[in-house]
Design a protein around this ligand. Structure first.
Ligand SMILES: Nc1nc2c(ncn2[C@@H]2O[C@H](COP(=O)(O)OP(=O)(O)OP(=O)(O)O)[C@@H](O)[C@H]2O)c(=O)[nH]1
Ligand SMILES: [Mg+2]
Length: 304
């Protein structure tokens, strides 16, 4: 059998739904999602193998103006990804457009990059479920089509799944004859430890506000499988939640530990679903002042 494959970067400004779209295309959640911008911090690969065709999606951090060293690394990850792939999916949010339908600075920058490298690209108009009047898509399509010769324009909703099969079909057209880079049953390049840390971070992003969740990193100290005396598989996971200030630590732990308990219990539920076995999770909170500007710590957290 002749196999074909393509690497496709999913790019765009923060919070437009890049990770949600990748998860939808995979039919499995591998990248965390939240309603706060800058959820994704590193490039995360998601692998979709259908017959002879393997698509490797590269989910990227939202392109933004960095204010910390971590932010600079995130922006660099976007540039590196665009330089490394066969095609790009530029995701825009039709529920959050500028009134004159002009691109945001991040979108304009990405389109400039496409032009420079003649990058084949698809425009993905996400969140169409939020658009009551679908005819509002037409001016968006014409405004963005004037900016770049997109190979296709695909309106989708990562929430209800509409248009997602069309998007997979369009992206498959970029696949060229080559061996598959991942095993055909692979789903992501993330390790189980990273997935566990990300699940905890997702809950913190969901339950906490303002700067606190953005200043959090999660380290997994222990990840060990064992079989209980009753013959049940169980994973023991110990995690440390690092935050930037004592005051943040108090917020994360919450009154009588209520917040930490809620985060741990929701994270454990997700882990049990993902790892398909029982999970025993313990979380601690520690302060690492200004870690987002300290390259050594950023490196230790695997964020560079
Ligand atoms: N209504 C609606 N909401 C969506 C859709 N896709 C994503 N969202 C929501 O938009 C928010 C951002 O989604 P993410 O997938 O985390 O966005 P992202 O582009 O990966 O964000 P960053 O990683 O921060 O750059 C979340 O609250 C999602 O639930 C959609 O099609 N419709
Ligand atoms: Mg994301």
């Amino acid at each position: 059998m002749n196999t074909v494959s393509a690497f496709i970067a999913i790019v765009g400004r923060p919070n437009v739904g890049k990770s949600s779209i990748m998860n939808r295309m995979l039919g499995q959640k591998v990248a965390i999602v939240s309603d706060k911008p800058q959820t994704t911090r590193t490039r995360i690969m998601g692998v979709l193998t259908q017959g002879e065709c393997q698509l490797v999606f590269v989910d990227t951090p939202g392109l933004h103006k960095p204010r910390t060293r971590l932010g600079e690394n995130m922006v660099k990850a976007v540039g590196d990804s665009v330089g490394d792939v066969d095609a790009c999916a530029l995701v825009i949010d039709c529920s959050d457009m500028r009134s004159d339908l002009s691109p945001s600075p991040a979108e304009a920058e990405l389109i400039e990059r496409f032009k420079k490298s003649k990058m084949p690209a698809v425009l993905v108009i996400n969140k169409v479920d939020l658009l009551e009047d679908k005819s509002k898509l037409l001016p968006i399509i014409s405004a963005y089509s004037a900016l770049y010769d997109f190979a296709a324009v695909v309106p989708v909703s990562a929430v209800d799944g509409s248009g997602v099969n069309d998007l997979i079909k369009e992206l498959s057209s970029f696949a060229e004859e080559s061996p598959h880079y991942f095993a055909d049953d692979a789903l992501t390049d993330q390790t189980e430890r990273t997935l566990a840390a990300e699940i905890i971070r997702e809950k913190l992003l969901r339950f906490l506000d303002k700067e606190v969740p953005h200043g959090i990193a999660v380290g997994i100290e222990k990840f060990a499988d064992r079989v209980t005396s009753g013959g049940e598989d169980i994973i023991d996971i110990e995690a440390i939640i690092y935050c930037e200030a004592e005051s943040h630590k108090g917020i994360i732990i919450g009154k009588k530990g209520a917040m930490l308990k809620k985060v741990s219990s929701k994270a454990r539920e997700d882990m049990e679903q993902f790892f398909e076995c029982k999970v025993n999770l313990s979380c601690w909170v520690k302060v690492k002042e200004d870690w987002r500007n300290r390259q050594g710590l950023i490196h230790n957290f695997g964020l560079d």
